[in-house]
Design a protein around this ligand. Structure first.
Ligand code: FDA
Length: 305
């Protein structure tokens, strides 16, 4: 039953007609619980409030299905605007982005040009940029771009997904770049040829990746709402004498709010991933696929603390 509902929401996440309808009606039917608004201006007061609660933020201008050069350049300009606004409003926030929104599926030249534009402005303002990881068909290209750009810009991170068989080797090839990595389980529908199908295997692999990246001495963001992953990271750090400065927990906006605040009180760094933008539909549906309880939460505002 769980697999059926997951597949159903992942199927819906790619439906372009529903995507268009969503844009027309906006976030008012529940998506506003997990999306920070349709414009960055709407997100600013939310970021300020999160910062006041001791939470750091990474903002993501939502965007999928970009298939023209013009649109990809507009997305890049929006990222630049966001970085400038983070600096002028003195927000404690990084930026997350997806390479497909900047032209990955159009040409490498375009995506590199857009990324360099963004990274230059980000560097000037001391803002870190993280490249989200999309589906497995784009993983190799995303990591190649990450490695090239990381030689030019220090303020760059990316994501590794524990459901992929390749991820352990990817950590090895990234080792020499002194990577800033967010480690997550993975949110896309993947074939059994490239990814673990069993949740227990995905969970075990995430623990292995967390351990490896931390013991390699790299700053590690654990992107999970799962108490088991949080507990594992805390215990590992304690056992191995790893300082709280070497890792952080990251959670999505609107999820486990009380847990986020409790971790801050315990002295851990917590970063909230806050998406905003008109293109919220695909993001919203992937969250539904992960946790059907989010449907009830989005509609009724009930969720586990
Ligand atoms: P999982 O879904 O495995 O659930 C395990 C347990 O955690 C549940 O049984 C429940 O007890 C608890 N739990 C989970 N969600 C909860 C909730 N909302 N409320 C209460 N309890 C909850 N993916 C990707 O492919 N590319 C990316 O770039 C990113 N980026 C990213 C950034 C950040 C900050 C996060 C947190 C996640 C991502 N992801 C992602 C998504 C990630 O891959 C994964 O799909 C989700 O985080 C779900 O996995 P979890 O480990 O959170 O819990």
């Amino acid at each position: 039953m769980e697999a059926i509902s997951k597949n159903f929401f992942l199927f819906l996440s790619n439906n372009k007609l529903l995507d268009r309808l969503a844009k027309r009606y906006g976030t008012r039917f529940g998506a506003d619980k997990i999306v920070g608004g349709e414009t960055f201006s709407q997100a600013i007061p939310l970021i300020k409030e999160l910062n006041r609660d001791g939470l750091q933020v990474t903002v993501d201008h939502l965007g999928e299905f970009v298939n023209s050069k013009k649109e990809a350049k507009e997305r890049a300009k929006e990222c630049v605007y966001t970085i400038q606004a983070i600096a002028s409003h003195q927000l404690n926030s990084e930026v997350s982005l997806k390479l497909t929104s900047l032209g990955l599926d159009i040409s490498e030249e375009l995506v590199m040009e857009n990324m360099r534009l963004i990274l230059q402005v980000a560097e000037q303002h001391g803002v870190t940029v993280t490249i989200d990881m999309e589906d497995s068909s784009r993983c190799g290209a995303t990591l190649d771009i990450y490695k090239t750009l990381k030689e030019e810009y220090e303020n760059l991170g990316t994501v590794i997904q524990s459901y992929l068989f390749r991820s352990d080797e990817d950590l090895d090839t990234l080792d020499e770049t002194n990577p800033y990595l967010r480690l997550v389980k993975g949110a896309y529908k993947e074939s059994g040829k490239v990814a673990y199908a069993e949740k227990s295997m995905v969970d075990e692999n995430l623990k292995r990746l967390i351990k490896k990246n931390l013991l390699n001495g790299h700053y590690t963001a654990v992107g999970s709402h799962d108490d088991a992953m949080i507990q594992y990271t805390k215990e590992l750090a304690e056992e191995q004498g790893i300082s709280k400065d070497q890792f952080e927990f990251q959670m999505l906006y609107g999820m486990r709010n009380e847990t986020q605040k409790k971790l801050v009180q315990e002295g851990y760094t917590v970063r909230v991933y806050l998406p905003y933008g008109e293109d919220w539909y695909g993001y919203f549906m992937r969250r539904m696929a992960e946790r059907p309880a989010n449907v009830a939460f989005a509609v009724k505002g009930i969720f586990k603390k």
